[in-house]
Design a protein around this ligand. Structure first.
Ligand SMILES: *Cc1c(COP(=O)(O)O)cnc(C)c1O
Length: 374
């Protein structure tokens, strides 16, 4: 690093310097709305109308946003996506699963299932970081799992059923960082699950799963079959509570409220098609900049796999990405460091709908300035 600290000129800086992939930028307007209900909503019972109305607002907002197909239901529970992986292991997989993994998050779900002593050994198709892996029809597999957007690497794949899969096999999509920012046709998924601290610009701690009728029936069938299921991980219990606009145990009220605010805001802007178009615009700005830059290149070499919600940019030898990230941070542009375990000379940038494309533009100008000065 240079001896003297680098100050990025104010006119180059983004209005908001938060580019974290999760927890992600929360819109100040949402926080103001929360502040306005601070004494009427925060600190009140989650079994009463005031809170149940916010849960209902969030669930209905999601149903509108995704154009919920007939018979599908929006279910929520506590514990975030990591808890939902265990919910899925206990309540959705009968015996054998197949996974396509191409990064840390996909691998974690596969491991949770591998470690479950009551399930058969899963098949895992593994892709190298920066590429993808895909699901293939396999006899005897009753649940397929894939990540729509691998947040650790910035690879996104379409949401699609597996052609030729066994009758009744479910497909589960980890959409934690994709949901809300990437297009999806929910009829192509049985379990589209996510958490609100990414595109839904809220805080962590909740999981949301949009379930097809087949997924709901599967959870009921497994429970009726007598498998031991911890109450906290019991999807049928979560379904029953969600239908009453509640959760089994106490949810984070601020998280619910902020997520409902973001959902309503995105619906007011034009819903999922608007959101997907906005992240595409941000992605176009960032990838085009990287392709033109003499020292930056998109990490994901196949343009068809490049994510519109999480961009990863590699830097040439001799340009220290860690020093860039550190300098950006000192100037208020935070969390552009790469995923910690990936270990590359890279920056990673969230492009979620709450982030203004003009701020992404300003980020590229700021990075250029820092590189010049380093
Ligand atoms: C962030 C993330 C997770 C983990 O979510 P938690 O709510 O922190 O458990 C899982 N999968 C993907 C794809 C993610 O981006």
């Amino acid at each position: 690093m240079a001896e003297t600290p680098i100050t990025i000129p104010a006119e180059l800086l983004p209005v908001d310097g938060r580019f974290c992939c999760g927890p992600s930028k929360v819109r100040p307007q949402a926080v103001e709305a929360l502040s306005a209900v601070s004494s009427s909503f925060l600190g009140t019972s989650h079994r009463q109308k005031t809170v149940k109305n916010q849960v209902a607002r969030f669930r209905q907002g999601l149903a509108d946003f995704f154009g919920l197909p007939e018979g599908y239901e929006v279910i929520i529970g506590n514990g975030g996506t990591t808890a939902f992986w265990e919910v899925a292991a206990f309540s959705l997989i009968k015996d054998r699963a197949q996974f396509a993994t191409f990064g840390e998050f996909g691998a974690k779900f596969a491991k949770a299932v591998k470690d479950a002593p009551f399930l058969g050994a899963p098949t895992v198709h593994k892709g190298e970081p920066g590429s993808a892996a895909f699901l293939t029809a396999e006899a005897g597999v009753d649940a397929y799992g894939i990540t729509q957007n691998e947040t650790s690497t910035g690879v996104a794949v379409p949401v699609q059923r597996v052609a030729g899969a066994d009758q009744g096999a479910l497909i589960l999509h980890d959409a934690t960082s994709a949901a809300g920012g990437l297009d999806v046709d929910l009829t192509q998924s049985d379990v589209y699950y996510f958490a609100p601290q990414k595109c839904f610009a809220s805080d962590g701690g909740l999981w949301i799963a949009i379930l097809s009728p087949a997924a709901i029936a599967r959870a009921e069938e497994i429970k009726a079959g007598g498998r031991y299921i911890p109450a906290f991980l019991d999807l049928v219990t979560a379904i029953e509570n969600s239908r009453l606009e509640q959760t089994l145990n106490t949810p984070a009220l601020a998280t619910v409220f902020l997520a409902a605010e973001q959902t309503d805001w995105m619906n007011a802007q034009g819903g999922l098609s608007w959101a997907a178009q906005r992240t595409a615009e941000s992605a176009e700005i960032l990838y085009r900049w990287a392709e033109k830059s003499p020292v930056a290149t998109p990490f994901v070499t196949d343009p068809g796999l490049r994510s519109n919600v999480v961009a990863t940019i590699d830097f040439a030898e001799g340009v220290d990405a860690a020093a860039i990230a550190k300098t950006l941070r000192a100037n208020g542009l935070v969390d552009t460091e790469p995923y910690r375990k990936l270990g590359r000379n890279q920056l990673r940038v969230a492009l979620y709908p709450a982030i203004d494309p003009s701020d992404v533009q300003a980020l590229t100008a700021s990075i250029d300035y820092v590189i010049e000065q380093l």
